[in-house]
Every structure is written in structure tokens, then in C-alpha cells.
Design a protein around this ligand. Structure first.
Ligand code: FEC
Length: 303
């Protein structure tokens, strides 16, 4: 790498690549707490329903390849996962062996929570060795991210015969309610993203709900998207568009929780439900990531 240059590490959640990997993957996600046979079977069934594996690693690699094209050859782009291969720690060792000494790390989750981005940061701290790392903590208000989401909503609204009649519901992954007592900014950042996208859509109305609450004994943040869907249908709404604004790629929580579970509920409720396409490697998102990388590098004086 040329003098004063830097690399980029995109970090994402991680996902099993086959049904056999579901159990060890869950052990990692649950921090070693055993998973009951019933929960394991249910989760295996979900992965089977989306084709036997999650596409998260493939989509993340496509995002990395697009970012590499955007940044040019002087800034090698790597992918590391929090809960499965390629693990963040292994990728940090690999990039150090490649000669990368300066790195901008970007979590592929725009909204900060101590339980999400905080956990990515911990993995990076543990594995970085002598690599100098600039970690991007949040980018929920990046204009190009917000433009990208607004673009996806506009595209998806065209699938309805009358887009004015559509109830727009933004969703993000739920977290245990105890994060609120620590003043976690996660819910506030989500609300801010939603408001900024609605403004870009000409002041359109929209709601927000949490999805994919974990299978634990704790209380998780609500309202739950399934419950909101039910209430909306009871109030007479027949057309709903879900925009999973907390996620930037296709994976289990989008392809199963929205496309299978909520879609099934919508059919029961006689509701026409559509989902915005995931951002994946759409140009506006890639330009947002390139901008975040450049800003981080400039802040450190690396370019
Ligand atoms: O496609 C895939 O296979 C991976 C999909 C996937 C993504 C994802 C993103 C987030 N999670 C977040 C928080 C939690 C907390 C727990 C938790 C548990 C699971 C389980 C699966 C799972 N998550 Fe996830 N999450 C994905 C998948 N998640 C499977 C285990 C079954 C279950 O409990 O439902 C609870 C952990 C525990 O029990 O100790 C907390 C957050 C995100 C969004 C930010 C990010 O992407 O990093 C927050 C994708």
C-alpha cells in the first residue's frame, strides 16, 4: 500500500452458510448459552425456508466489491463478520499480514446501540493488534443513506395501484428494553432516520415498529411490527409497505421475518403487503460508504 494510504473493513452480523452451521452459529450469537432443541429446530426451519442459507455474506461481499470500485485500488476493502466466518479477528490478522497499517472500520448497521455497534467495536479492539483503526460509530443521518432509503420507498410504492392509500411502516431489529436505562441512542437515531426519509418523500406520513425480537426471557422494545400490522388491518387499511430501515442487506430477518412471517400474517388479514428492496450494493449506499471511509481517513490525517 502506498505511504499514507489506508484500508477499509466492512463489518456485519454474520450468518450460517448451511443448515449444519445453524447450531454452532447460534452458540456464538447467544454467547455460549445453550439453545433449546425446539428453538434450534424452529430456526433451522427458517433458514430452510429462505433456501438453506443466509445470503448475508454474499451480499456483503458484493457491497465490498462495489466499494472497492468506488475507492480505487489504493484502498483494499475487507469483509469481517461478528458471529460467523470470516470472523472480524481473522480478517484483521489477514489484512495486517497484507501490510495494512491504517484502517477505517464501517459497521453495516447505521444506527448506534451499545449492543450492536458497541459489540463490533469490542471485536475490533480485541483483534486489531498494531493496526491503527478509525471506527465509524453511526451514520443514521448520512444524506446519501437517507436518499438511498427514500429511493427504495419510491420504487416500491409504484407496485401499488394507488400509492396515496399505502400505509408506510419502517422497521428495525428490536433490542432488550434495558438498553433504555443506559440512555442508548438507538431508538432516537431510528426515529431521526425515519423523519428524514419522510421529509425526502415530500412530508409523507409513516410509522415505525420493531421486528425480530430475540427468543429470550427479557422484554424487548416495541411496538412489534406484527402487532402494528394487525391493528392497521383492523382499522381498515388494505395496503402496507414495510421498509426495514435498520438493515442494509438481504438476510434472515428480512427474507424470513418480513417476506415469510409478516407476509403470511398479511394474507390472513387480507392486506396487500410489499417490502422495499434491500439496499445491498445500490449506488447511493456505496457512495455513502465511500464518503464515510474518506471522512474517517481525513480525520486521522491519512489523506
Ligand atoms: O441472515 C442471517 O443469518 C443473520 C441475520 C441476523 C441479523 C441480525 C441483526 C441484528 N441482531 C441484533 C440483535 C440481536 C440480539 C439477539 C439476537 C439474536 C439473533 C438470533 C439470530 C439473529 N439474531 Fe440478531 N440478527 C440476525 C440473526 N440479535 C438467528 C438468535 C435467535 C433469536 O434470538 O432470535 C439476542 C442474542 C442473545 O440471545 O443473547 C440482542 C441487532 C441487529 C441489527 C444490527 C446489526 O446488523 O448488527 C441489533 C442481520
Amino acid at each position: 500500500m502506498p505511504e499514507r494510504s489506508y484500508g477499509v473493513l466492512l463489518v456485519a452480523y454474520g450468518a450460517p452458510l448451511s443448515l449444519d452451521e445453524v447450531e454452532p452459529y447460534l452458540n456464538d450469537v447467544r454467547g455460549g448459552r445453550p439453545t433449546s432443541p425446539g428453538v434450534l429446530e424452529e430456526l433451522r426451519g427458517r433458514y430452510a425456508a429462505i433456501g438453506g442459507r443466509s445470503p448475508l455474506l454474499d451480499r456483503t461481499r458484493e457491497q465490498a466489491a462495489a466499494l472497492q470500485r468506488e475507492l480505487g485500488g489504493n484502498h483494499p476493502v475487507y469483509v469481517g463478520m461478528r458471529h460467523w466466518h470470516p470472523y472480524i479477528g481473522d480478517v484483521l490478522a489477514e489484512l495486517a499480514a497484507d501490510g495494512v497499517t491504517r484502517l477505517v472500520a464501517i459497521p453495516l448497521a447505521p444506527h448506534f446501540s451499545r449492543m450492536s455497534i458497541g459489540a463490533y467495536q469490542k471485536k475490533i479492539e480485541e483483534g486489531r493488534g498494531s493496526v491503527d483503526v478509525f471506527m465509524v460509530h453511526q451514520w443514521h443521518d448520512h444524506p446519501l443513506f437517507l436518499d438511498a432509503v427514500a429511493e427504495r420507498v419510491t420504487q416500491a410504492l409504484q407496485r401499488f395501484s394507488d400509492s396515496d392509500e399505502v400505509f408506510l411502516l419502517f422497521t428495525a431489529h428490536s433490542l432488550p428494553q434495558r438498553i433504555l436505562s443506559d440512555g442508548d441512542p438507538y431508538p432516537g437515531q431510528l426515529r431521526a432516520s425515519v423523519d428524514a426519509v419522510l421529509e425526502r418523500l415530500g412530508g409523507r406520513e409513516g410509522s415505525f415498529a420493531f421486528q425480530s425480537a430475540g427468543q429470550t426471557d427479557e422484554t424487548w422494545l416495541g411496538p412489534d411490527a406484527g402487532e402494528v400490522l394487525r391493528q392497521t388491518a383492523e382499522a381498515g387499511t388494505r395496503n402496507v409497505l414495510i421498509c426495514p430501515i435498520g438493515f442494509v442487506a438481504d438476510h434472515l430477518e428480512v427474507l424470513y421475518d418480513v417476506d415469510v412471517e409478516y407476509q403470511g400474517l398479511a394474507r390472513e388479514l387480507n392486506v396487500h403487503l410489499e417490502r422495499t428492496d434491500s439496499l445491498n450494493d445500490t449506488t447511493l449506499l456505496i457512495r455513502a460508504l465511500a464518503d464515510l471511509a474518506g471522512r474517517g481517513a481525513r480525520e486521522r490525517g491519512w489523506q
